[in-house]
Design a protein around this ligand. Sequence first.
Ligand code: ZN
Length: 548
Amino acid sequence: MKKKVLFVGEASFLKTGYSTYHLEIMSRLAATNKYELAELGCFADRNAPEQHQLPWKFFGNLPNKDNPDEVNLYNAQEVNSFGAWKFEETLLQFPADVVIDIRDEWMCNFETKSPFRKNYHLILMPTVDATPQNPQWLYTFMQADSVLNYSDWGKAVLDKAGGLIKTVGTASPGTDLKTFVPAQNKAKHRQSWGIANDAFIIGTVMRNQTRKLYPDLIKTFAEFLKQAPKELAERSYLYMHTSYPDWWDLPALIIEHEVSHRCLFTYKCKTCNMVAASLFQDGRAACQRCQRNDAMLPNTHFGIERHEVAQIYNLFDVYVQYSNSEGFGIPIVEAASCGIPVFCVDYSAMSDVVRKLRGYPIAVSSMTKEPNSGCERALPSSQDLIDKLLKHAQLPETWRNKKGFEARKGVENYYDWNKTAKVWENLIDSVPTKDKSVTWTSPADIHTPVRDVPAYLEGEQFVQWALINVAGRPDLCNSYIAMRLIRDLQWGSTVESTVDRLDSELSSQGVRDRRKNFGKEDILRLLKALCDHRNFWETQRVERLVSH
Ligand SMILES: [Zn+2]
């Protein structure tokens, strides 16, 4: 019997980072012919035509737009967009031995609480991008049977949680080693992009979002120009492949630091698809080829192709990742794959990646605590970056080439999809096979909620009693959920949007939630709903998988 393996993600045929990871791993696992594979694709329709190309079973998560009841049910809770409302139904159609999720904690924690939890081996690979990790997240990771990591740095953080998280290794994303290759002839390549061969280009490919430190990077570049020998300063540029308008006001920043004549951006024409490097020309500019006013900075909706990004990396002399933390940092590896030496802030996954790529770690000057998540974020030392850039720029050419060669070598050693897929294959093979009679075809586990609540119970005793007698879940008595209910009862209030699914209080957006009154009646209602949910799906399971 082949192991049944279910991947839950965004849909492997989309273009997001998570999707790419799924596609690369699942296609290699499918090629072994050792497993029965399926995918729950959260951002795709059940009728998505792309699924017919996949060598595995596909389940779409989006509601039928023409069915208002379905749309309302889907919209009732944010967690449904991550697959929560379709998870149990999918498992009844595909009773998996192994469930795999590589997303953030708030996207996958429903899989740790499913009524079917005991029937599958759960493997999580969460993005660990900072320390300390919130106790709510650690509790979720503790519920998994195995935990893989994006980086060795992330693994080390989870290993510090008292050995309670079953970390089993690192399965970093690989890179496309054939698309991201060093340019055959850099001088000729630059010429075709209208860039002088002797230019010194400091490049970055980062989305224009809060944690990417664009203001600091632009300020540091201005300072670099002041400290560099005149000969070097006069041919130095900062190339930012990013979007605008978006989070940071890039034109205001390059004007503030008087470097607008030294900053390059990528423009792509909406009409003729021409991709070009240019000084800043506003959010919309005239296309260099067709002259229409349709050239824009690319963004997530209007992206550019991978081979075009590879061409952009190949314009750079060095690559800089200047962000306060990263769960991984795919562009760092892509740049290195093109033979570009990398400079990364020495914090989070970047600390690990930059060393594997034999790049330059940028010293951290201070750490600052982020509200809501409680995580530490890094502020890099701009002088350290300037010193390292000056040193590198003034190395003899053969030495600089050697650094680029080492970067490429590091990618081949550590970020090869074939090697990453092998980590998954070995892990899945090591999962013990359980007899179906103790998992999917076991007798129904039904609980009848006790209705008479003893009036003398208060606080912790009340919550424990309700978990056992109303929810029928003695296993939750020492859980994060139990602690939260005890505290909220004591306070008489709770966080409004998350309590109904007995979830973490931290939202993905870090938005401050409203609080609402909370008492014993609320706990009884929530735990009764938890019990009803379990009874409903257990009944379904026995009817559909056991009765015949
Ligand atoms: Zn055009």
